[in-house]
Write a protein that binds this ligand. Structure first.
Ligand code: AMP
Ligand code: MG
Length: 352
């Protein structure tokens, strides 16, 4: 299949942009696939209410079909049709965080096919704030099922280049909307249990959810460094976000981490490896290796969230085969960063 790539700037949705979005919407209505930008990561979209579209998404990604898809909507009026009964908590959270990087799990209605929910009676729903995404959802009829637009297991794309790398020839269209703003997938909160439970950490933190709902729990498996526990979101059990090389996270005092990584990097280089280091603006000058990249600054960890997946992909581009990363604080957005980094590293951590 020939994949058409169109560029649209989120800030300039003019006539010609709307024309392309209309064309993309028609592809989706006809059962085809379109990759598009959201504020979290790029999504691989299909019509959420068409069972055949979901099957195509699983095939294009190479994703196991028990791993449910998130349904994206653009308007609150569209919620009722896909949910059995909208819980009070969903209304409160939507008021606070939609459109935005929060996915809510509710009991599904009959309108949502089981192929979209991986056989579950619940459905995950999000309303993205990215304007291209919102227009596309409307043009497609209101409901787009979209996982991240990467081949299963690889880091999620935060720029169109990596969507094209993974999906060229497998989807009808890719909309290039530049680099995304957040860079990590949405926070997922399950509203079918009491109290509500976070199944995947993201930009919307537990503290932020706590301010709206009385009490929110967190699925321990996503923060404990124990890969044997079974997470409640089916997709969280899979190896994920992995670069091609071997990544190790080093935890401890900043000075010690620096010395240790430099020693290990020199030893690996001496053995003929190409070595990469993931660090921060605060420490970048202290490292030496083939490729040293700062993910951002610790003063504002959202800068790190935004760059992390891109850096992992760039290490692949540069054929780095051994990587070391500093570790990050496990609170606020740091929790989401560490959750993704631990998976990318296959839970390979050295504590100093
Ligand atoms: P992705 O589409 O790559 O962002 O992944 C979607 C994530 O949402 C996966 O981890 C899924 O397992 C999770 N998810 C989607 N729907 C549900 C659901 N109904 N219940 C629990 N987790 C879900
Ligand atoms: Mg994904």
């Amino acid at each position: 299949m020939e994949t058409k790539v169109v560029k649209i700037e989120e800030q300039i949705i003019d006539e010609s942009a709307l024309e392309s979005i209309k064309e993309a919407g028609q592809i989706l209505k006809d059962g085809g696939l379109v990759a598009f930008p959201t504020e979290t990561v790029y999504g691989l979209g299909g019509d959420a209410l068409n069972p055949e579209s979901s099957k195509k998404i699983y095939a294009a990604k190479g994703r196991p079909s028990d791993n449910p898809l998130i349904v994206h909507i653009a308007d609150m009026e569209h919620l009722d049709k896909i949910v059995d009964k909208v819980p009070e908590s969903a209304i409160k959270l939507a008021k606070a965080f939609w459109p935005g990087p929060l996915t809510m799990i509710m009991n599904k209605s009959d309108a949502v096919p089981y192929t979209t929910t991986g056989g579950l009676d619940t459905v995950a729903i999000r309303m993205p704030s990215n304007k291209i995404a919102a227009e596309l959802i409307r043009a497609a009829g209101g409901y787009i099922a979209a996982p991240s637009a990467n081949v299963s297991g690889r880091p999620s794309p935060t720029v169109a280049k990596y969507c094209i790398e993974d999906l060229d020839g497998k989807v009808e269209m890719i909309i290039d909307g530049g680099q995304v703003g957040i860079g990590l997938e949405s926070t997922i909160v399950d509203l079918t249990v009491e109290p509500a439970m976070i199944l995947r950490p993201g930009y919307i933190t537990r503290q932020m959810l706590d301010e709206v709902l009385e009490q929110v729990e967190i699925d321990r498996t996503i923060i404990d460094n124990n890969s044997n526990l079974k997470p409640k979101a089916p997709g969280m059990k899979y190896r994920h976000y992995a670069p091609k090389g071997q990544l190790t996270i080093i935890e401890g005092d900043s000075d010690k981490v620096c010395d240790y990584i430099n020693e290990q990097a020199a030893a690996a280089k001496a053995q003929g490896h190409k070595v990469g280091i993931i660090c921060t603006d605060e420490t970048i000058s202290a490292y030496s290796a083939d490729v040293v990249k700062s993910a951002g600054n610790r003063e504002d960890e959202s800068t790190i969230a935004r760059e992390l997946f891109k850096i992992l992909r760039e290490f692949d581009d540069e054929k780095v085969d051994i990587m070391y990363s500093e570790s990050f604080d496990d609170n606020g957005i740091g929790q989401a960063i560490m959750n993704r980094l631990l998976k990318a590293a296959g839970h390979n951590v050295i504590k100093l």
